[in-house]
Every structure is written in structure tokens, then in C-alpha cells.
Design a protein. Structure first.
Length: 386
């Protein structure tokens, strides 16, 4: 992280030292999207992102109101769900928001305890603890609402050895493009409305036991035209990180305002997925048709040796190759990271993906904010929404 960014950052171990983590989370279990056509969306994520067929639920499995396709790549599971009739809350969600993330499922040891601990601290109930069974065992799930209509679902699967969940069957297809090298969910970013960031920061602190370990204000995340504010929330073991953004006053409309307008409310802005070889991953995704934000100017890449001066001795990547692909680089005291952002993956300018490779760095690319936001603004200008 550049020295100009005066962020609040502490070691998570120190923050949680002596504290009881009342909501132990073991990782991201799955991310469920509500979409207009799950079958076609699954084909897109398989073809362009390298996901593989994993599980399915629909009319053929006794599901009457929806169809869900589960895709897998290493530790990442995406569930794409569509309504099977017009009288459906799934369809209403898509009508209002477009395709988007509805459920962030969190893997827990005890779903009933997670539900009890969060609801007694003020969480709004989405789903009471429910036991789902089939011949492969049982899964317990329970859920609460977070910002907007987004849900955190607690998933306890220690007594289950089926493909995904009861009600799903293994989904085998002849068409399974190779992986592009995506490994796991690094973090997920939520956009909330004007002056709502601190409300949701407090909610994650009080209800989920998270801590705010990194903060950026509108003087740090700003361009000539727009600004935003952001705070990063993390659970006790650091496996789950949720940055929360809100708009800030600027000369023109920020990307957060654009998102809120087109999503028609608060929601998940982007999903950051990790890779061990970002050059190979991004080159393959480009070849498969994924559009990324425009490449930063030459001066950005000329300045990399100075930006990474404390880490250049272990910097292995070819800067020319990074520039050719539009990959950005940043560093903090722990090391450096490489990152790039897709354009929105649907027609509404809402959800997009970040591809990230961490080489020791624990930050979020603060030194790249200006270049990134200028690139986003160029896209906004083309859309007439800046």
C-alpha cells in the first residue's frame, strides 16, 4: 500500500486476541445468483470463467418453483437459480435488480448456533434453521438478511457427503471447459446507499462479530470527477472479508451511484477470486471472451519499480506482459499483489469480478484506486452515466 494512503490496518490476530469469536466461519460455502435464465448463465460461466458442472436441482429432481445449476472451480461454488413461473420471489428479484447475488452462503460448524447468535444481536430472519435430508445425510441451513435484499446463509454440512445439498443431483455434462486457474473467493464487496456505510459497519461488528480493519475515505478514493468511501470488514480468522462502499460527493456521478441506480438498491458489487498465476488466468479469460477494464497508461507501468522497490528482489512477473494484459500491481509491508477487474458481466452496469494474486500483500490495492477509478469512469462516459 502506498505511503500516501493512511489506512487503518491492524493484524487481525491482535484485534481478536483474548476475544471470543461467537460466530466461527470456516469459509465461503457458495454464492447464489438469482438470474433470468440459469441454463444459459451456467453455459457462460463454464465457457468464459472455466467452471465445471457440479450439481443440479429442478423439475427432474422434484423442485417445482425453480431450477438451480451448481458450478465448481477448485474451492469456488456458484449456484445459478431461475424462477419457473411468474409468481415467484426469485423472478421479482431479477425484475428489480437484474441478475445478481442473492445469497452469500457461509460454511459453519453449527448453523443453529450461528442463527441464534446473530438473531439475538438484531439480525432480521431470512430462514429459520432447517434440516434437509436425503440418502447422503443431512444439512442444516439458516439465514439472515444483510444490506438490501442480500442474505447470509449459514450452512452446516458435517453430516453430509452428497454432491451439494439434499434435493440436488450430480450434474454430469460432456461440455466441461478446462479451469482458468481460479482458486477461492478472496473477498466480496457490497455497495450501500448514501450515508449507510457506517450503519452496516456497525451491523457487521454487532451482529456478526466482524472488525473494521481497513478504512478509506473520499480523499483517498477520488478522481477529478467522483469519489467513494469504503471500510473492510473481516471475521475473526480472516477467511471472510466484506468491504463496504458508499458514494461520496463529487463533480459527477460515481460508479457506486451508477450501481445503486441500476441495481435499484444495495447489493454485491463485485466478487474477488484468487489465482496463483494471474497472467495465465487473465490471458485465458481474455481468449474466452471476458472483457476487462482498459489498461492504465504507460506512466503507470513505468512507475512499478519505484512502487515495489522493497519487493523488486522477489518480483518475478514480466512488466511488459502485465501491461499487455492490463494487470495492475500494488504493495504493502507484507508483499505485493496483482489484480484486474472485468467489465460488468451483464447489461446492467452492476456486478463484476476481480481477479487477484496475492504475493504476501494483505491489502486491497489502494495504490491502484486512482488508475482503476479513472478506467471505470471511461466506461461510465461511454454509457452516458458519469
Amino acid at each position: 500500500m502506498s505511503k500516501e494512503i493512511k489506512s487503518v490496518e491492524y493484524g487481525l490476530e491482535k484485534i481478536f486476541e483474548g476475544a471470543q469469536d461467537f460466530l466461527p466461519l470456516m469459509g465461503t460455502d457458495y454464492i447464489e445468483f438469482y438470474v433470468g435464465n440459469a441454463k444459459q448463465a451456467a453455459h457462460f460461466y463454464k465457457t468464459a470463467f472455466g467452471f465445471q458442472s457440479h450439481a443440479y436441482a429442478g423439475l427432474e429432481t422434484g423442485m417445482r418453483d425453480r431450477a438451480s445449476y451448481v458450478l465448481k472451480q477448485d474451492k469456488i461454488r456458484l449456484v445459478l437459480t431461475t424462477a419457473l413461473n411468474s409468481d415467484s420471489p426469485i423472478g421479482e428479484h431479477v425484475k428489480k435488480h437484474g441478475d445478481g447475488v442473492k445469497i452469500i452462503a457461509l460454511w459453519v460448524e453449527d448453523a443453529r448456533s450461528a442463527f441464534e447468535e446473530t438473531t439475538k444481536r438484531g439480525a432480521k430472519v431470512f430462514m429459520e434453521p432447517t434440516v434437509e435430508k436425503d440418502e447422503h445425510g443431512e444439512v442444516v441451513r439458516a439465514g439472515i438478511y444483510t444490506y438490501g435484499e442480500t442474505v447470509h446463509l449459514f450452512v452446516e454440512r458435517k453430516n453430509y457427503n452428497g454432491a451439494f445439498l439434499p434435493g440436488y443431483k450430480e450434474w454430469k455434462t460432456d461440455y466441461n471447459p478446462t479451469s482458468v486457474g481460479l482458486k477461492y473467493v478472496d473477498h466480496m464487496v457490497g455497495n450501500v446507499g448514501w450515508n449507510e456505510m457506517n450503519t452496516w459497519v456497525k451491523w457487521y461488528e454487532d451482529v456478526m462479530g466482524f472488525v473494521n480493519f481497513l478504512s478509506f475515505d473520499d480523499k483517498q478514493i477520488t478522481t477529478d470527477y467522483s469519489a467513494l468511501m469504503s471500510k473492510v470488514m473481516s471475521n475473526g480468522n480472516g477467511r471472510i472479508k466484506f468491504p463496504i462502499n458508499e458514494p461520496a460527493e463529487g463533480k459527477k456521478r460515481s460508479q457506486i451511484e451508477e450501481y445503486l441506480d441500476f441495481y435499484e438498491g444495495s447489493g454485491v458489487q463485485h466478487i474477488a477470486v484468487a489465482t496463483d498465476d494471474i497472467i495465465s488466468t487473465v490471458a485465458e479469460m481474455r481468449a474466452r471472451g471476458i472483457d476487462f477494464l482498459s489498461t492504465p497508461p504507460q506512466a503507470y507501468y513505468d512507475g512499478i519499480p519505484e512502487r515495489l522497490k522493497d519487493h523488486m528482489h522477489k518480483f518475478k512477473e514480466d512488466i511488459t506482459e502485465l501491461q499487455k494484459l492490463g494487470i495492475m500491481i500494488d504493495a504493502d509491508e507484507e508483499g505485493y499483489l496483482l489484480q484486474i477487474f472485468t467489465k460488468p458481466v451483464e447489461d446492467r452496469p452492476t456486478l463484476f469480478f476481480e481477479i487477484i494474486q496475492r504475493m504476501g500483500a494483505k491489502g486491497f490495492g489502494a495504490g491502484n484506486f486512482k488508475a482503476l477509478f479513472e478506467s471505470i469512469e471511461r466506461e461510465q462516459e461511454l454509457r452516458g452515466t458519469l
